[in-house]
Design a protein around this ligand. Structure first.
Ligand SMILES: C[S@@+](CC[C@H](N)C(=O)[O-])C[C@H]1O[C@@H](n2cnc3c(N)ncnc32)[C@H](O)[C@@H]1O
Ligand SMILES: [Zn+2]
Length: 296
């Protein structure tokens, strides 16, 4: 059941752009979102609002199996140093009461969970939104982060959020709609982007058929975010990983190549490898600030 802990969340109706508010609970006890013009969106039983109703999308959403692979891998804490670095970069920008965080492409909600815990440890009051196009991911995220509001939405469409309303947008390995992130961010807001770096998981990628990360990916990011954002800080986070063959297979399947990889084929390729594989995780955290203050 969806709770709306922060009635002040800056949601806009995706049909008419009027503010969306939490409506009275329906007979099944679940709240819905409704605008003044009568457009309404019921909460799915799994804890998120599907604002995409009626809108077709050509996007190939992650499958339940890919989402499960990601959930299991992250749950083992392999990327914990990255999650801690994300939280450390986000928390200083959450001083406003309540601060609004949007985790775009939230996936299973793993990074938002760590951010919310770090903010709570600092006594900060945060209103959180998790957005994703995959309903399988949102089910997981809504369970992991019950204090956040979850929306099924396509980030390539205008975001159903008011302008100048968000303090931090986090995007961890997910698509980036620079103009929309710039529109919804407050002038003092920040966009935190996490990307894999060249050489990330390279030894496992070679074996499993995962996509390799191109060398110039880092430099392309700033260009892709211009003219809406300016890089404020970029920090590299890298650490060794020691993975079982099964974990390495999950890692391959949870990534963007997972759509095209057959789990049995990945397992086959790992046969004959040592039971424990050594590799290196290499990420870049980039903090952007809006290039021009947005009109109030
Ligand atoms: C590689 S996963 C990362 C998920 C999460 N941030 C994490 O790191 O665990 C990419 C996520 O972006 C979501 N995604 C891809 N395209 C999207 C779109 N057009 N709109 C919203 N979400 C999208 C996918 O469903 C997936 O959950
Ligand atoms: Zn409306």
């Amino acid at each position: 059941m969806v709770r709306m802990p922060f009635p002040s969340l800056p949601l806009l109706c995706p049909v008419c752009s009027e503010p969306l508010e939490l409506a009275r609970a329906n007979p099944s006890g679940q709240g819905g979102l409704a605008c003044g013009s009568g457009h309404s969106f019921d909460a799915a039983r799994q804890g998120y609002f599907n604002l995409l109703v009626g809108k077709g999308t050509a996007f190939e959403a992650d499958t339940a199996e890919m989402v499960d692979a990601r959930f299991n891998f992250l749950g083992h804490g392999h990327y914990r140093p990255l999650a801690d670095a994300v939280a450390a970069a986000v928390v200083p920008h959450l001083a406003r009461e309540p601060a609004v965080v949007l985790d775009s492409g939230t996936g299973t909600g793993h990074y938002l969970r760590v951010v919310l815990d770090a903010a709570a440890a600092e006594g900060l009051n945060v209103a959180a939104l998790g957005l994703d196009i995959s309903k399988f991911a949102l089910r997981r995220a809504a369970r992991l982060n019950p204090e956040a509001l979850h929306l099924a939405w396509d980030v390539w469409q205008a975001l159903p959020l008011a302008g100048n309303s968000v303090d931090v947008v986090t995007v961890v390995f997910a698509p980036r709609n620079a103009p929309e992130f710039a529109r919804v961010l407050r002038p003092t807001g920040r966009l935190l982007v996490v990307t894999p770096r060249h050489g990330h998981l390279a030894s496992i990628a070679r074996i499993t058929g995962m996509l390799a990360i191109e060398e110039d990916k880092d430099s392309r990011l700033a260009g892709a975010m211009a003219p809406h954002f300016i890089v404020e800080e970029a920090r590299d986070v890298g650490f060794p990983l020691s993975l079982t063959r099964q974990e390495a297979a999950g890692l391959a399947y949870m990534g963007p190549a997972g759509h095209h990889l057959d789990p049995a084929a990945i397992t086959g390729r790992l046969e004959g490898q040592p039971e424990t594989l050594q590799t290196e995780a290499r990420f870049r955290l980039t903090v952007f600030r809006p290039a021009t203050p947005q009109p109030a």
